[in-house]
Ligand binder design. Structure first.
Ligand SMILES: *Cc1c(COP(=O)(O)O)cnc(C)c1O
Length: 366
């Protein structure tokens, strides 16, 4: 019997829609949004000026292949422009990669507390996510390898990962690449790479030239402070770029966004300032929250994952509600299977102090 209304492809209705960080608190005038890992210093002023100038040409289609931005990225990072593909945020590229390389029922490996967009992208493509357990909130190469089957087509790994903030050294990534069959595509999401202080870390861009099955994604949404413009890019082997260009939207990067990103890449001073602010504030906040008896997972990003006691009154849910009633918005991690933890973005000094004071009162009761 035919259905009475159009039906989406099998499996799509089991996707749980991505839950973005909350952004408003009804009835409160001053709020601190620490739920989406945005740069508290905002965008570079040079980027903003370029964005405004580009506003004079809103009626014109942008460059369809994002050539000026791809050139700027290639120049900035010493890459081959032909291997750079831009997207409307790296989310766009992650989704396109899944669509391109997964046939229905193919498997793609993700990690237990991995970035949620991976799972959504895999399901959207009709594939099956296979979950590798983590060790101490950190991806485990052993566990990922144990998940490889003859149906595995992709592995998605955010390094560092959101929401855990942990990362793997480049030697572990190299070990993974050596161990997997070369038809499996490894997608390394390096959205937070600029923030990493760990010594043996690398974003993996150099691995793309050495292997035909490794793709790295990067974003302008985090340290560059351009989240609203939706700008991301992938560095990929030419054969993967060819596929992405065939299926991407023909104008998937907008003109004002491109103009802003090109200037943002040049503003090293703003980048340095953003990274230094983040590093200092992260250390301060992590120490202060630890002193309150909370457990903070060491972070290589612009957020921290904070673990609360399993308790009705002192637990993560109560803490989230208490913060919210004080105008501080953080990210509950129940959708990530971490019901006792909150993800807290590093904010400006005012926000960080307000957060600390609110959690101090919450934990001590006075
Ligand atoms: C924020 C984030 C991104 C960036 O997404 P955009 O679509 O570029 O804004 C990618 N991966 C991870 C793990 C993130 O946390």
């Amino acid at each position: 019997m035919s259905p009475i209304r159009p039906m989406p492809r099998a499996g799509l209705m089991s996707i749980e829609a991505y839950v973005p960080g909350k952004s408003e608190v009804v009835g409160l005038r001053q709020t601190h949004k620490l739920s989406s890992n945005e740069n508290p210093l905002g965008a570079s002023s040079a980027a903003l000026s370029a964005f405004l100038r580009a506003g004079r040409e809103l009626s014109l289609y942008p460059n369809g292949s994002a050539d000026p931005l791809r050139k700027a990225i290639a120049d900035c990072y010493g890459l081959n422009q032909e291997q750079v593909v831009c997207g409307a945020g790296s989310d766009d590229l992650i989704r396109l990669l899944a669509l391109a390389y997964l046939d229905p029922r193919d498997e793609a490996i993700i990690t237990a507390h991995g970035f949620q967009i991976f799972k959504i992208a895999i399901h959207s493509a009709g594939g099956s996510p296979v979950v590798a357990e983590e060790n101490n909130f950190t991806a485990s190469i052993e566990n990922i390898l144990a998940c490889v089957s003859n149906r595995t087509k992709m592995i998605f790994l955010a390094n560092p990962n959101n929401p855990t903030g942990t990362c793997l050294p480049i030697s572990e990534i190299e070990r993974l690449i050596r161990a997997i069959p070369s038809h499996i595509l490894l997608v390394l999401d390096a959205a937070y790479s600029e923030y990493v202080s760990e010594e043996n870390y690398s974003d993996g861009l150099s691995l793309v030239s050495l292997h035909h099955n490794v793709v790295v994604t990067r974003t302008f949404s985090k340290v560059f402070g351009l989240a609203s413009l939706r700008l991301g890019w992938a560095y990929a082997p030419l054969h993967v770029c060819d596929v992405l260009h065939r299926i991407r939207g023909p104008f998937n990067v907008n003109g004002p966004g491109m103009a802003a990103a090109i200037e943002a890449l040049k503003d090293q001073e703003h980048l340095d300032k953003s990274i230094t602010h983040n590093e200092k504030s992260k250390i301060w906040l992590s120490e202060e929250l630890t002193n309150l008896g909370l457990c903070v997972t060491p972070s290589n990003t612009n957020f921290i994952m904070v673990h609360f006691p399993i308790s009705e009154t002192k637990g993560a849910r109560a803490a989230e509600a208490s913060l919210l009633s004080n105008g501080i918005i953080v990210r509950g991690l129940t959708p990530y299977n971490l019901p006792n933890a909150l993800r807290i973005s590093i904010g400006d000094h005012l926000a960080n102090r307000a957060l600390h004071e609110c959690l101090r009162r919450f934990m001590t009761g006075h």
